[in-house]
Write a protein that binds this ligand. Structure first.
Ligand code: SF4
Ligand code: SF4
Length: 70
């Protein structure tokens, strides 16, 4: 099963990655980070992540730090 890691302190909440994910596995979280933004969270209860890295490639702030392909 693939998954990603998000550096929530780097995320500026532009939400470009939400639209980019073909499986819609990224959502707006509830927490507020040091930038005053609500960072995104990875939510994949069914294990659907493809490990395609489209989210990480799209992020202008390199906040999606790792993509594990499984
Ligand atoms: S693209 Fe990057 S900065 Fe924008 S919401 Fe997603 S993780 Fe955060
Ligand atoms: S690696 Fe692909 S499927 Fe997984 S969260 Fe990112 S865009 Fe979505």
């Amino acid at each position: 099963m693939s998954h990603i890691e998000i550096d929530e302190q780097r995320c500026k909440a532009c939400y470009l990655c939400i639209d980019e994910c073909p499986k819609k596995l990224i959502k707006v979280g509830e927490k507020v980070n040091k930038l005053g933004a609500k960072p995104v969270e990875f939510c994949d209860p069914k294990g659907e992540c493809l490990g395609c890295a489209m989210c990480a490639t799209r992020c202008p702030d390199m906040a999606i730090t790792k993509v594990f392909r499984g």
